[in-house]
Design a protein around this ligand. Structure first.
Ligand code: C2E
Ligand code: MG
Ligand code: MG
Length: 708
């Protein structure tokens, strides 16, 4: 739209626009000003004309006075009325004189009787000029009467008014003409441009890039203010559009930025709330959701269940087969768990092989919720138990599942997880691959476990543990060595069995500092006994090494370092490891054993027969001896199966050239049975209970030296 094109408007609109416009105001001002001027000028002119007429009249009358009074007085004196009339008629001919009369002087000096009168009567607004008529005689003036001239003032005024009207008319006409010309000029020069500009500005749309709106400069004329306005507006338009374009570009960029940022935030949010491996919600999100679910459960009066799912022996698999297999297995497990549950249920990964499932709304009554939870847990258990195939290899896993109901069992997320964990622990101790529900008394057991752990840490720090030594005797009754067994005399509970606290340490990792403590303690003792000559160079001490300890990075260096530190020859140390050690990564276990054996450290396989290792493992393991588990020894006389197992182990040991030690020999019969089948060493209450170092030295070492 060009600025010079006038848009089509309705008549009323145009009138309104005009009435509000500069043109109308200009017109009004010019009209007012010219009216004032015209009326002023006309008024002044009329007034001065009137004054001039009046003055002329006066002069005329004065002239009459000077020229006519004496002849009139003479005619009056002579009683020449005819002459008088003629004279009066002469005066009457003058303009504006309506009538002329002569009156004699009365005796009292006032106007007396009328002598002659010429002219009309009763003219409105008459002005009367009085001139005294005197006759000079004998040097004396005689007062004869008065000449009264009646002037028609109305006619005089009328003439002035007529003249004024004509002046007004011509002046007004001229003014109107000027106004018209002015208006046209104003319109031509200013207002039409202004209104075109206004219309253009009204229609201006900064987004209208294609220039459907442009203010075109006027084709003709010098560069006046309008042109400057047009230039300025045009500049403003283009800079506005440039600015708008820049702004729009910036805005687009900003929008893209914001979108990217939002995406990044969402991704970060997802990352912060999900487990990277399985993409399941993580602990953080779990806690958020749990708080919500607990509140809902509380309000709705329905029970939900939290399931703590822990894969059995996953660590072993992970260590043995490497993390990539482990990760693939975890992903598959995560997928199966998710698949088993309803849309409203939540499956989260806490880390490692620990998963949590939250199943809200299982029923209002505890019994109902429990049975529903059991069905769901069973589904989860079965799903995990299905063989998992990774890279063509089949893995069989199982899960231990602990279940706690909410809000019945716990009202806070922390407690709920703790209770489900307690139940899971119970499931583990019940033999794994099973489901256990939270029971309040189990909680106490867990809490006790935790308390025990804390106390044990304390004991380690305070160095209040001890080591007992149990003799290892050969067929000839000679003391060949001893097994070192850690002892803990709890300040309030009294002696706590390693059977109780060693697994705990295994779980918590406390086994590392504990193992270090035991090894140092034992080696220091061996050094002392050696210095005293109490321990024969061929006698040895066997120390239990737990799987986690054995797998610990730098285990060999640690051990060799300690042997050096205490100047104990490796040949006087036997490490008792269980088959669990091998279960992890058999190859690295073998390497580790080989490297230590090369230095003279020997290995016995402890609790042999109770584990799950196969002959294949045994064949490969560079062990020096086997320890038949006391479980088999105990029932030797009564259980034919146990006897058969013991026989088999002895035969196998012999075959592989291993030293076979029988544990838990409590009776003479057991000892005889074992020795008859050439068991190398016996250990058990029958031969000697584990005793503290001093007693071991006095009761066993001192008597045995010569016998070796
Ligand atoms: P283990 O290595 O099989 O040790 C033999 C266990 O049998 C010891 O129990 C010992 O006191 C007990 N015992 C010995 N003779 C007899 C007997 O005639 N009859 C019966 N019923 N038991 C007998 P303890 O000292 O309670 O240790 C239990 C387990 O704790 C050990 O089994 C070992 O696995 C672990 N353990 C003990 N000390 C340590 C240690 O310093 N480090 C590690 N890692 N584990 C240890
Ligand atoms: Mg042992
Ligand atoms: Mg044992």
């Amino acid at each position: 739209m060009s600025a010079h094109e006038t848009p089509k408007h309705s008549m009323a609109q145009r009138v309104r626009t005009f009435a509000n416009g500069i043109g109308a105001r200009l017109l009004a001002s010019v009209l007012a000003a010219s009216a004032v001027i015209t009326f002023g000028v006309a008024g002044i002119e009329v007034w001065s004309n009137y004054r001039a007429d009046l003055a002329e009249l006066q002069a005329d009358i004065d002239r009459i006075g000077r020229g006519s009074l004496d002849p009139i007085a003479l005619s009056l004196w002579n009683y020449d009325d005819a002459q008088l009339r003629l004279q009066l008629d002469g005066i009457r001919q003058r303009p504006y004189v309506a009538a002329v009369e002569v009156r004699e002087r009365a005796a009292d000096g006032s106007d007396g009787a009328l002598r002659a009168r010429v002219g009309s009567d009763g003219v409105e607004g008459r002005r009367i000029e009085r001139l005294p008529l005197t006759y000079r005689r004998d040097g004396e003036n005689a007062d004869l009467g008065t000449l009264l001239i009646e002037v028609d003032a109305a006619a005089l005024r009328k003439r002035s008014v007529e003249r004024a009207s004509s002046i007004l008319l011509t002046q007004g006409g001229i003014v109107l003409l000027i106004i018209l010309v002015l208006m046209l000029m104003a319109r031509q020069i200013v207002t039409r441009h202004l209104s075109a500009l206004a219309t253009a500005a009204e229609r201006f749309d900064v987004r209208d890039e294609l220039g459907s709106f442009r203010i075109r400069p006027r084709s003709k004329g010098p560069g006046d203010e309008i042109d400057r306005v047009i230039d300025a507006l045009e500049k403003m338009r283009s800079s506005l559009q440039t600015a708008y374009r820049d702004l729009a570009d910036a805005n687009t960029e900003l929008q893209a930025d914001i979108a990217a940022r939002l995406r990044a935030e969402a991704a970060a949010d997802h990352l912060a709330n999900h487990d990277a491996l399985t993409n399941l919600p993580n602990r953080r999100l779990l806690f958020q959701r749990l708080a919500h679910e607990l509140a809902v459960a509380d309000r709705s009066g329905t029970q939900g269940a939290m399931m703590f799912i822990d894969l059995d022996h996953f660590k072993t698999l992970n260590d043995a087969r490497g993390h990539s297999i482990g990760d693939a297995v975890l992903m598959e497990v995560a997928r199966r768990l998710r698949q088993c549950l309803r849309e409203i249920d939540l499956v989260a990964r806490l880390g490692g092989d620990e998963f949590v499932a939250v199943l809200p709304m299982l029923g209002e009554l505890r019994e109902r919720a429990t049975s529903n939870a059991l069905v769901a847990a069973e589904k989860l258990r079965a799903a995990v138990a299905e063989p998992i195939v990774v890279r063509g290899e089949v893995f069989r896993l199982s899960a231990s599942i602990g279940v706690a109901l909410f809000p019945d069992d716990a009202t806070s997320p922390e407690n709920l997880i703790k209770h489900a964990d307690t139940a899971m622990y119970q499931a583990k101790t019940e033999g794994r691959n099973c489901i256990s529900f939270f029971q309040r008394d189990l909680l106490e057991a867990t809490e006790q476990r935790h308390a025990l752990e804390t106390d044990l840490r304390q004991a380690l720090v305070e160095n209040t543990l001890d080591v007992a030594y149990q003799p290892l005797i050969d067929g000839l009754g000679t003391l060949r060595g001893a097994e070192a067994l850690v002892r803990w005399n709890h300040p309030t509970r009294g002696p706590v069995s390693p059977v109780q606290f060693i697994p705990l340490c295994e779980e918590s990792g406390l086994i590392i500092p504990l193992g270090d403590w035991v090894m140092r303690h034992v080696l220091r003792q061996v050094r002392d006994w050696r210095r005293e000559g109490a321990l024969h160079p061929q006698q040895y001490i066997s120390v239990n090494i737990s799987p986690r300890q054995f797998r610990q990075q730098g285990f060999e260096d640690w051990l060799i370092g300690l042997l050096h530190e205490f100047e104990v020859p490796p040949s006087q140390l036997v490490l008792e490891i269980t088959e669990g050690v091998v279960l992890g990564d058999i190859d690295s276990a073998i390497l580790r054993m080989q490297s230590l054996r090369a230095r003279g450290v020997r290995f016995y396989i402890d609790d042999f027969g109770t584990g799950y290792s196969s002959m294949a493992y045994l064949k490969r393991l560079p062990a020096d001896g086997l320890k038949i588990d006391k479980g088999f020894v105990r029932d030797l006389g009564t259980d034919a199966n146990d006897a058969a197992i013991v026989d088999a182990i002895l035969a196998m040991g012999r075959h592989f050239g291993l030293t076979v030690v029988a544990e838990g020999v409590e009776t003479e019969d057991q000892a005889r049975y074992l020795l008859e089948r050439s068991c190398d060493l016996l250990q058990g209450y029958h031969l000697g209970r584990p005793v503290e170092a001093k007693r071991f030295a006095s009761d066993f070492l001192s008597r045995s030296i010569r016998a070796v």
